[in-house]
Design a protein around this ligand. Structure first.
Ligand code: CA
Length: 228
């Protein structure tokens, strides 16, 4: 499966540096030199999961590109690249819908770590088919909804992300740490207990008998898994 990433950067030396390092980390990179080209490439490659956007560009700037992407795509992960370090940039970037922010110059390790984290958060390693079906559950990954026996189950965004993680990994024991990383992100500094609390709440919504769960079961001393 192809892990596709878009890199928008007008300076060719920086773009090459990014491309080489992302290739090395196993990514297919689609390159763009300006905002218009980036938007065209995003339509041409709908499986792009993460976009790295430089801010200072000829033509429309990176913030505007970010805004235009977000207007039509809430799923893609967006990392802003900037040579400037003002706090204002960071705020502006996040306000326009970016997920993360890297300040130049950055190391290859820093770059790939950020892209890896966002790639996972942007929907896992599978190509998005739009639906995951594990009877009696149907998870729609386009509109982020869950149905059980054709009835809608109302989930929070966090509950949805947990459900998706389990349905993508049926039968696999997932540690609390893995769940925390996948759902809240690697940078999250809270306690592991938040995983247990959310799973308890999710069970109340999806299990026939929440006191004796059959869907999300406990792996004692480790974490949880889908199925028994
Ligand atoms: Ca630039």
């Amino acid at each position: 499966m192809v892990k596709r990433v878009l890199v928008l950067e007008d300076e060719s030396s920086i773009r090459s540096f990014i491309v080489i390092n992302l290739h090395r980390a196993g990514y297919e990179v689609v390159e763009a030199e300006n905002g218009e080209e980036a938007l065209e490439k995003l339509s041409a490659y709908p499986d792009i999961r993460v976009a790295l956007l430089d801010i200072m560009l000829p033509g429309i700037d990176g913030f505007e590109v970010c805004r235009r992407i977000r207007a039509v795509n809430t799923q893609i992960g967006i990392i802003m690249l900037s040579a400037r370090t003002q706090e204002m940039d960071k705020v502006t970037g996040l306000m326009t819908g970016a997920d993360d922010y890297v300040t130049k110059p950055f190391s290859p390790a820093e770059l790939t770590a950020r892209v890896d984290a966002l790639f996972r958060r942007a929907g896992g390693m599978e190509v998005d088919s739009g639906e995951i079906y594990l009877a009696p559950f149907r998870l729609n990954t386009r509109n982020r909804t869950l149905e059980k026996n054709d009835d809608r189950v109302k989930l929070t965004q966090v509950e949805y992300s947990i459900m998706k993680l389990f349905m993508e990994n049926p039968g696999k024991a997932l540690s609390r740490e893995e769940i925390l990383d996948a759902v809240w992100g690697r940078d999250y500094l809270g306690e592991l207990k938040i995983v247990d609390v959310n799973i308890r709440r999710l069970r109340l919504k999806i299990e026939d008998n929440p006191n004796n769960p059959a869907c999300i079961t406990t792996v004692w001393g480790y974490g949880y898994k889908w199925g028994s």
